[in-house]
Design a protein around this ligand. Structure first.
Ligand code: SAH
Length: 339
């Protein structure tokens, strides 16, 4: 029912409320079969906003001179982990720009420091493209998961969003390397980026289906004023939700976050993401002082809150919609790590 190109495109295009609600209901049902009503919590630590890349959509791109740059020390990161652990988190997600100061040695040192204190927590890394050798070192240092959105699965479209120094082929290679090494891998894409067509979104779904990542991050594109796309229109909530639902139907066991970007374009965007088949939330654990500086896009939510507020706020929101917070590590079902 949701398999052929024609059917998928039909839903991507649809604006029939009844049909869309039926799609969301189908996605919820599939999610419930594998995960019940549980929503997994991941503590997000945005530990550097330095970046050598120049993606046209991103607020922390290299050429944005208006963003004040920061980088957390290992000690500061450990403090975030300590707070996160107290709040019940069993997954730490370490995300940042592609920061040249953070050599493999420095990343490994950070990972080992976290691993030493938290032998049982899941560590998720999200620091962009590195060599297979680097990914292997990070894995040996105790990293369990890696988030690297492919952003768009169309070569032509990818070139419109990135400078010529970047390529989709390389990004896809990174994703394959990560899977091969034994990470639980998260791919994903933005919805409503400039010049994105419905066919491009279909390509995203087909790519996800073929790669079979354990996690899929989907969020609307939101303009950031100091980027080349600053005055472009953003992606819509409805279309983003439909893509979450279709992804759930194609990959029933995936861990799919109701993203911060969804919550940033609509007051109940994340709850609606859960109602469309998502089953993960990633409340922020970064120190309050740096929250505003990790400005990928304008009007990002939760930039003024303490970690504890985010944790409680999210739990309340989830319960309001009939979901159950689950603070366990929450590895992907059916994932068997290589030895
Ligand atoms: N450097 C890391 C992390 C990037 S930031 C990496 O390359 O993976 C995490 C995600 O934020 C990106 O993958 C992108 O999909 C999203 N993002 C960046 N700018 C955005 C914008 N303007 N609107 C919405 N999402 C954005």
């Amino acid at each position: 029912m949701y398999n052929s190109d024609a059917e998928l495109l039909h839903y991507i295009r649809s604006n029939d409320p009844e049909e869309i609600e039926a799609l969301f209901a189908a996605a919820r049902k599939v999610r419930e079969e594998h995960y019940g009503n549980d929503v997994y919590f991941r503590g997000l630590i945005e530990f550097t906003n330095h970046c050598k890349n120049n993606c046209y959509y991103c607020g922390i791109r290299r050429d944005n001179v208006r963003v004040e740059r920061y980088r957390l020390s290992t000690e500061e990161i450990l403090n975030c982990c300590r707070m996160g652990d107290l709040l019940g988190y069993r997954t730490f997600v370490l995300q940042g720009g592609e920061d040249p100061y953070l050599t493999d040695d420095r990343i490994v040192e950070m990972l080992e420091a976290i691993r030493r204190v938290y032998p049982d927590h899941a560590i998720t890394l999200s620091i962009g493209e590195r060599s297979r050798k680097s990914y292997e070192r990070f894995f040996r240092a105790g990293t369990n998961r890696y988030l690297l959105r492919h952003e768009t699965a169309s070569d032509e479209h990818y070139r419109k969003l990135h400078p010529s120094s970047m390529s989709l082929a390389e990004r896809k290679q990174c994703l394959r390397d990560l899977k091969d090494i034994g990470y639980q891998v998260g791919a994903g894409f933005m919805v409503g980026t400039p010049w994105q067509s419905n066919e491009n979104l279909l390509e995203d779904l087909r790519f996800i289906e073929e790669l079979e990542p354990q996690m899929v991050g989907i969020g609307p594109f939101i303009p950031q004023q100091d980027t080349p796309f600053g005055s472009m229109p953003g992606g819509s909530l409805e279309l983003s939700l439909k893509m979450v639902a279709l992804t759930r139907l194609l990959l029933p066991k995936a861990l799919i976050p109701a993203t911060t970007a969804l919550g940033s374009i609509s007051p109940q965007g994340r709850e609606r993401g859960l109602m469309a088949g998502a089953n993960v939330v990633m409340p922020n654990l970064s120190p309050k002082a740096v929250r505003k500086l990790y400005a990928l896009y304008d009007n990002k939510i939760c930039t003024g809150d303490e970690a504890a507020e985010c944790r409680l706020c999210m739990e309340g929101r989830i319960r309001n919609y009939g979901f159950m917070p689950n603070m366990a590590r929450g590895d992907a079902v059916g994932f068997s790590p290589v030895a």
